[in-house]
Ligand binder design. Sequence first.
Ligand code: PLP
Length: 409
Amino acid sequence: MVQQRGLLSDPEVIKNQFPIFSKHPKLVYLDNAATTQRSQSVIDRISNFHQQENASIRRGAYRLASQATQGFEAGRAAIANFFGASSSECIAFTSGTTESINIVARSIIGPKVKEGSNIVVTLMEHHANFIPWQVLCQEKSLELRVAPLNDRGELDMNKFEELIDYRTVVVAVTHISNTLGTINPISEIIQLAHRQRASVLIDVAQSATLYPINVQELDCDFLVCSAHKMFGPFGVGILYVNPRHHQSVQPYNYGGGIIHSVTVNKTDFLPYPRNLEAGTPNVAGVIGIAEAIRFIQTLDRKKINQQLHELTAYARQQLAEIEGLSLVGNPNNSSSIVSFTMDGMHPHDISSFLNEDNIAVRAGQHCTQPLLDQLGLPATVRASFSAYNCLEDVDKLVTSLREMKSFWT
Ligand code: PLP
């Protein structure tokens, strides 16, 4: 199981591209839903920028400044191309998924929304795609409608459809649940919403790396994600805005870099996306995410998805065999995320125990408190896999959990 058409799919080969694993050879990294590791190519690119190319963009006539500007704009073009956008001008850079969603709520939807309208989200949203809408609804007297889940942890599509009506301004939905691993039918959701003339924001924070996403084919209104979950650096977010909304985008922060002209009385702003990028941007970060995209394009994503699907099914089956362990959610269409609890043991204690065996998982509410409240759980343990994880990682997790159980019971 090695390279196909020159693309990488073997987890060991991919792992070798990530220097953190040679620094920590025993590390079993199963916290990819929180952040992925960085490839050597991304680290080198960012380091080279700082060592050889560092300059602030746009306002300098000297060579370094214009090269940095070109690198930054090439990053925008690479992202646009990666998501199949019609032009680079559809992409704005932010600090992360969270900021991208806040921008859509505050600077695009908020200014034009009318009292009595509603916003539809789902019970599985990350707080980043929940609270900005909840606050907007409170401020503007809108109704927040929360689509429920069935017992498997999937969206109940009939109920979801009933919630969307002619007063719905936006449907904000995650592609993949960061707690349950559920993959939502985003194409169907976009069609349902558009039938009622509602806009759709899709949060692809958990899916952007491995699932090909084409914004023009989907015809979504907004798409958001974070570089650090895509083998890229912290502090860079992506916001795609469909051209039909460009005129409606208002500045989010005010300052340099977004203006056409300023007088003591009045400021004229540049159009989207420039009007969202006030201040000096994270130039090295954008150059870093462009390199991460290049890295992703060396991967055989189809094959890796198939492997991850098998690996996750194997993990679910092995974990379910541990007495007293309950899987949280059992979606038919699931990604590489598994949540579970164990009788009589707090998830935080479980993750501390696993840490003793160099296994990195996350324990907590995963920023999905409404979902956990509904499930009646204070927290879960979450294992999340990426292209460099293999069946042996699952075996180590399961062995460690079994040892823990025999130690504690
Ligand atoms: N949306 C989802 C589905 C996530 O999993 C996360 C982070 O875990 C976020 C949004 C927030 O991302 P960030 O913290 O990078 O802004």
